[in-house]
Design a protein around this ligand. Structure first.
Ligand SMILES: NC(=O)c1ccc[n+]([C@@H]2O[C@H](COP(=O)([O-])OP(=O)(O)OC[C@H]3O[C@@H](n4cnc5c(N)ncnc54)[C@H](O)[C@@H]3O)[C@@H](O)[C@H]2O)c1
Ligand SMILES: [Zn+2]
Length: 359
């Protein structure tokens, strides 16, 4: 088991990474939250079906929780579901000294975190992430639900008191969710850890979690990249933007495909494009063809879907919050571990999109 320490605002917390952690984390919670009044677990339907019973059995040795099961995926992040969670919390008589446990992927993490951020003006919560993507989403304290007019429109910063990442849960993750989360891990390698990138390129042709000690190590490295950026951002503005590597085009594809392609799969295409621009401007020490070959081998689609046009993509990127003075902001690489942000003129972007095979 590994631990990554995070300095958040005025307190510190640990991210635990390991396999079969349930007993250990219950012991830790019993110590950390010895004065807690009530515990509420929020999970989605899949996690409820697969893991809730045994989780609750272990938890009940310390404290019997109240459980709220929410729909899978983005449907969990609606205002209606948020309100239902509030009802469960109020009816279950949670108070300022109660604890919420977010048990699931990024969607449950964002929802449960927002419930914790707002219930009685904020109560403690911990994350028990169950997806590969959640190595990213459970770090940084961003919580949110969606509004019908936009994703993550209603939210707050609220840091968890601990993150217990039990990678044993990853075994049941569907293939496309594996690809989605793995793209963010590749991103962390590209923007912040050359050795991580090398390890992934050398050992991963399939995201299969056979060797859990390998995954423990690479997830620790990926988490450390995010932690470092988030911590630095508290002092220097805009460092956090580096985490958007691949996301400008990625979000546009995600939106235009009406979320039929997973977030990470879209980001992977976006990263492939950002690498193309980076390579034109800077001498990269990693070969882009080698990277794209590897992306394909793992099972990624590496090009923009044929039905999307340059005009649609540019318009969609403009709508994203990431424009300054009308120019689209891009994160590029000077080299591996050296991200920077830049405004790119439309003409130039059109030129590169054509070269990327979009028409
Ligand atoms: N807060 C942040 O900083 C941040 C960062 C990135 C993404 N996000 C958010 O995270 C969400 C995406 O997270 P995600 O990719 O984890 O998706 P998710 O939580 O929607 O989970 C994806 C699917 O996998 C299923 N699942 C989860 N764990 C499983 C397991 N162990 N076995 C089998 N199935 C399992 C879920 O039921 C769901 O159907 C988005 O809403 C996004 O906005 C937040
Ligand atoms: Zn992302």
């Amino acid at each position: 088991m590994r631990k990554v320490r995070v300095q958040a605002d005025s307190f510190q917390y640990d991210i635990w990474i390991g396999a079969n952690l349930t007993e250990t984390i219950v012991e830790d919670m019993a110590t950390k939250f010895s004065n807690v009044t009530k515990v509420m677990v929020i999970c989605d339907q899949t996690i409820s079906r697969l893991y809730l019973d045994s989780f609750v059995t272990s938890l009940s040795k310390w404290k019997e929780p109240i459980c709220k099961t929410v729909p899978n995926g983005e449907e969990a992040k609606s205002l209606d579901v948020y309100q239902e969670c509030m009802e469960t919390a109020i009816e279950g008589e949670l108070d300022r000294h109660s604890l919420i446990i977010a048990f699931g992927g990024g969607a449950v993490g964002d929802l449960a975190g927002f419930v914790a951020a707002t219930f009685m003006r904020g109560i403690p919560y911990v994350q028990v992430p169950t997806t590969l993507l959640a190595h990213d989403s459970s770090v940084g304290g961003k919580t949110a639900v969606n509004h019908p007019l936009g994703k993550n429109m209603i939210g707050a910063f609220h840091q968890p008191k601990a993150v217990y990442y039990d990678i044993q849960y990853l075994h049941s993750l569907p293939e496309r969710e594996r690809l989605s989360g793995f793209a963010e891990l590749i991103k962390h390698g590209l923007i912040g850890d050359r050795k991580l990138l090398q390890q992934l390129m050398l050992h991963v042709d399939q995201v299969d979690f056979q060797d859990l000690s390998f995954w423990e190590e690479v997830l620790e490295r990926g988490i450390k990249v995010k932690v470092k950026i988030v911590e630095q951002d508290a002092k220097e503005q805009n460092i956090r933007a580096f985490l958007n590597f691949g996301h400008t085009l990625g979000h546009a594809i995600e939106n235009l495909s009406h979320y039929t392609i997973t977030h990470g799969e879209c980001v992977l295409i976006g990263m492939n494009f950002a690498l193309l621009i980076s390579e034109k401007r800077n001498p990269l020490s990693v070969s882009r063809p080698a990277l794209t070959e590897w992306f394909k081998r793992i099972g990624y689609q590496i090009e923009v879907p044929k039905e999307l046009s340059i005009d649609q993509l540019i318009e969609q990127m403009r709508r994203d919050k990431k424009t300054i003075g009308g120019l689209i902001q891009y994160v590029l690489l000077r080299d591996i571990e050296e991200p920077y942000t830049i405004s790119i003129q439309d003409e130039e972007l059109i030129f590169y999109l054509k070269e990327f095979g979009v028409s």
